[in-house]
Ligand binder design. Structure first.
Ligand code: ADP
Ligand code: MG
Length: 239
């Protein structure tokens, strides 16, 4: 995969078959994120933001259209190869923190290295810096060094969310995708989380996409688009 990695979605649709009919979560979305740039995705609940981010991250395949990341058409790859690409090059922050409950914060973050995401991956994975050291450094940057030895159920929601951000950033990914990363935290923690994401983007030339309800967060990214029921609508800084 080319680094820095641009993201290009061409006429992407995602339809879900449900018992009550077809849900057209996305219907012909075309968007480009320049390599090393940052994009905010905003829009009301249920308009397809998480679906869009999931397709950028190769978590799912579109019903129609193409998703190309770093020159690789990820929407055409089989599941296994998409997962491998994701482990090697992507940092994902999910809407719910999704930490493994039986591992400490430090283990949750450092696990990314054990899964083989470290060596040579991303926009310049740390040479020489060991997994646990980098994990501890990030937990400190995110203001949760005291959580290193704690299990998720021994942390507050805001602390868990910051640990999840550390986990996404620890391997120095080329592409960082965050789904409402500041949705469940107070203003101070929101600032810390956004700063960590922006620092990771700028210092490594990573490409950053953040889904957010918060206009202050959106305003700090270079570009933004809005979704309305599965389609892009131009916004004040429309791209
Ligand atoms: P947002 O993140 O903007 O709140 P989502 O992308 O989660 O929106 O959902 C977009 C639409 O697709 C919603 O109507 C949602 O109910 C539907 N949807 C999302 N995931 C699924 C799924 N796995 N099966 C069926 N419908 C889904
Ligand atoms: Mg969502």
């Amino acid at each position: 995969m080319k680094s820095p990695a641009g993201i290009s979605m061409e006429a992407v649709a995602k339809h879900y078959e449900t018992a009550s009919g077809v849900v057209r979560a996305l219907d012909g979305v075309t968007v480009d994120v320049a390599p090393g740039s940052s994009l905010a995705i905003t829009g009301p609940s249920g308009c397809g933001k998480s679906t869009l981010l999931g397709l950028m991250g190769g978590l799912d395949q579109p019903t129609a259209g193409r998703v190309v990341v770093g020159g690789v058409e990820i929407s055409a790859l089989p599941d296994g190869r998409r997962s491998a690409l994701r482990r090697g090059h992507f940092g994902l922050v999910f809407q719910s923190d999704s930490l493994l409950p039986y591992l400490t914060a430090l283990e949750n973050v450092a696990l990314r290295f054990a899964l083989g995401a470290g060596a040579g991956a991303g926009a310049g994975a740390d040479e020489g810096a060991g997994g646990p050291e980098r994990a501890l450094e990030l937990l400190a940057d995110l203001g949760v060094p005291e959580c290193a030895g704690r299990l998720p159920d021994q942390m507050s929601g805001g602390q868990r969310q910051r640990v999840a951000v550390a986990r996404a950033l620890v391997t120095g990914p080329a592409v960082i995708l965050a789904d409402e990363p500041t949705g469940s935290v107070d203003a101070d923690n929101a600032r810390i989380i956004l700063e960590a994401l922006l620092t990771a983007q700028r210092s490594r030339g990573a490409t950053l996409v953040v889904v957010t309800h918060d206009p202050d967060v959106a305003g700090q990214l270079e570009t933004s688009v809005s979704l309305a029921v599965g389609r892009l609508v131009p916004d004040r800084r429309g791209i």
